[in-house]
Design a protein around this ligand. Structure first.
Ligand SMILES: Cc1cc2nc3c(=O)[nH]c(=O)nc-3n(C[C@H](O)[C@H](O)[C@H](O)COP(=O)(O)OP(=O)(O)OC[C@H]3O[C@@H](n4cnc5c(N)ncnc54)[C@H](O)[C@@H]3O)c2cc1C
Length: 402
């Protein structure tokens, strides 16, 4: 460290929240505390600053990281024990998301694998498929991706053009997907396709594609992104890709849109929890920073503007977390509706970007330097307002409840 350059916190950050929001009773559990500690150990051993930098440069985490996470028992946290998982529930996924977020390891798309895609297999896979697929999902032998978006259809999912035509005991899939997270490493991709082009939403089906077992499957280039650079986001191409008909999820054509609608509220909470963890980390590093950086003979925190800005941010963050616990309780008891989940995703991702922007401002020029974690958070957080349904779509869904 040279001259008066302020302390640059990265991975040494204490993975404890700066908020004083008490955990609700449903989160107070010794098993969750143990999991928290084991995620901390996993991060310390497998995601050093040097690892993070290498992953960003490569545009992808190392494939080995998935196996290490599997060996540490972090994958398949909420997959039932009989299918090789840990038999937990969404609370376990929250611990993972919080610790990865507070620890600055958001670029590892484990929450997508665990809490967004695996649930499709658990809920809609046949018994035989679950026994065959899920143990590998839990061990890291299989990495999961979900492929809905296409170059011509993102928000408007009904407009997808990828088709799956039945031919004997196979589907023949043709089309193209884009922006697919885990696109490089995934060996099981849940693909949204049209099994009936004339039937709108009712013509959409989800088909699980085991990429090692098919021909006509091709991965495109790694896409260069503004942030979350270590997530391997790619295009996928299907040309006369033959997939066994039994890989249709749910056993009946035309159920895909409904299946997506059923699972999207949880996906929205996953994004909200990731945004929340980033907010907490941003506040943590910033409070730390303004307490030691000096200007005009006093600490930055001693300016009333700094105190007011951080007071506003902490208030918003506290309200967000309380609301998120409220939504989580509803998810756990099966009563989380689409509008409420959309509120969490939309509002927490929006205030996340605002808070991180304020925090970056309080770092001055250092906040603009990528070696300072706040700059990376600024880049990483922006996509929370876009993926998992753009926030404008969230508002449409909320408006339907008016
Ligand atoms: C980093 C990253 C990772 C992703 N990972 C995945 C993945 O793993 N799998 C996957 O399937 N997809 C993934 N996506 C795609 C993502 O879900 C879409 O980008 C998103 O749903 C928006 O679709 P679009 O980009 O086609 O935008 P469009 O649908 O073209 O929309 C553009 C903008 O128009 C506005 N808009 C659109 N419709 C309306 C409306 N009805 N009312 C008002 N405004 C509207 C919104 O502001 C919207 O942001 C990822 C995207 C990114 C950037």
């Amino acid at each position: 460290m040279c001259g008066n350059r302020p302390h640059s916190e990265t991975k040494s950050w204490n993975t404890v929240s700066v908020l004083n929001v008490e955990k609700p009773a449903f989160m107070a559990d010794d098993e969750l505390t143990m999991l928290e500690a084991s995620v901390g150990r996993f991060i310390a051993q497998n995601a050093t600053d040097r690892d993070l930098e290498r992953w960003r440069t490569n545009g992808s985490v190392d494939r080995e990281l998935w196996r290490a996470a599997g060996a540490a028992g972090l994958l398949g946290a909420s997959i039932p024990v009989e299918y090789g998982g840990a038999g937990g529930d969404f609370r376990h996924e929250i611990v993972l998301m919080e610790q990865l977020g507070l620890g600055g390891v958001q670029s590892f798309a484990l929450p997508l694998h665990n809490a967004v895609i695996a649930p499709y297999l658990v809920s809609y896979g046949s018994e035989e498929q679950k026994l065959s697929w899920l143990p590998k999902v839990a061990s890291g032998e299989t990495v999961l991706a979900v492929a809905m978006s296409e170059p011509g259809a993102g928000s408007d999912l009904q407009a997808i053009k990828t088709t799956a035509q039945r031919d004997g005991d196979h589907y023949v899939i043709n089309g193209q997907k884009t922006f697919i997270t885990n696109g490089l490493h995934a060996s099981l991709v849940v693909v949204a396709c049209k099994t009936d082009r004339s039937a709108g939403a009712k013509g959409i089906s989800l088909i699980a594609v085991e990429t090692d077992k098919v021909t006509g499957f091709e991965r495109g280039r790694l896409l260069h992104k503004l942030g979350q650079e270590a997530r391997d986001t790619t295009e996928l191409f299907f040309s006369d890709m033959r997939v066994p008909a039994e890989n249709l999820l749910g056993g009946e054509e035309g159920r895909g849109f409904q299946q997506l609608m059923e699972k999207l509220p949880q996906e929205r909470l996953v994004i909200a929890w990731q945004a929340m963890a980033t907010i907490e980390r941003a506040l943590g590093v910033t409070i730390d920073y303004v307490k030691q950086r000096q200007a005009f003979g006093k600490r930055i925190i001693d300016f009333q503007n700094t105190q007011f800005k951080l007071a506003e941010c902490k208030t918003q963050a506290t309200i967000a977390k309380v609301f998120l616990y409220h939504c989580t309780e509803k998810l756990l008891n099966g009563s989380l509706d689409t509008a409420t989940a959309s509120m969490a995703k939309y509002w927490i991702s929006e205030i996340g970007c605002q808070i991180i922007d304020e925090c970056l401002q309080l770092h001055g020029g250092y906040g603009y330097m990528l070696e300072y974690p706040i700059a990376q958070m600024y880049k990483d957080a922006r996509v929370h307002r876009i993926y998992g349904g753009a926030n404008e779509i969230m508002k449409l869904l909320i408006a339907r409840s008016l």
